[in-house]
Design a protein around this ligand. Sequence first.
Ligand SMILES: [Zn+2]
Length: 302
Amino acid sequence: MVNAGLRVGGDVADDVGGLPYRHRGPRVVLGPEKFTKGRSAMMGAHHALTGAAAWIAVTATAGHGFGLYPVTALGTLVGALVCAGAALLPDADHGSATVAHSIPFLGKLITRGISGVSGGHRHGFHALLSIFCAWLIATGLGSLTWHPHWWASPISVGPALMSAVSIAVATKALGLSRGSWQRSWAFGLLVAILVALFAPAQQSWFVVCFTLGYAVHLAGDLLTTGGLPLLWPWVPKPPQAWRRIPVLKRLWLRGGNFAVPILGAAGSTREWIVMIPVACYVAWGIWLAAVPLMQVFLSFPR
Ligand SMILES: [Zn+2]
């Protein structure tokens, strides 16, 4: 019996990467599980917020952070944006993700290519293996430097490039650019130039920041009803007996995904409630990091 929720025609809006994705034309949805399939991942802006919160928690040394990887106040601010952007990149396997709308002209093409290579949305790009790949890419890019004769130290080209992409995507997802990709990229490139020129001694921060953001995205999706194929490319399906056990069948899903669905579906009331303290924490962390920078700026002799 699968037809409890048969639905034909109409528009269905999915939230992937924070942007509404609207199907036009006839659509047949069989059962409630199929209906919620595209809505079972966390929303884009929420991913960005959790990424920023994770970076602040890991790096800040005052009462609001654990100080596991201490950085300067500027590092907290820039890293929060980069981490927020990295927390959106796993959804680059979907044509309607923020990433697709943030990269002018090529966005759709890139996301379509990634989707094809990784097996579709929430497959390869959402597996534990992808966190390792993100770390490898970040490590490779982190060591990409250029030392021109006119600058005192090597310029971090790789981290700057990925920072530009991450920050452009993050500012778009969080609505800081008011929907304009030009503003997103202008801001991303500006911060990236600062990263390239003035943070050459801290190359390792980028690897930690990028990998952390990516992993936080997967953690967020894991808390939703759709779950993740954590062991991809191996996707073991649960036995018949497992699928009949009330709680367990939601932890290891019929399709082989694993989930801890305490947030429910995308955009659920629970997800919004959880995001309130997360947003407050991010605002508090950014404020505490910005205050010493403003004090330095104001005391600067003019
Ligand atoms: Zn996702």
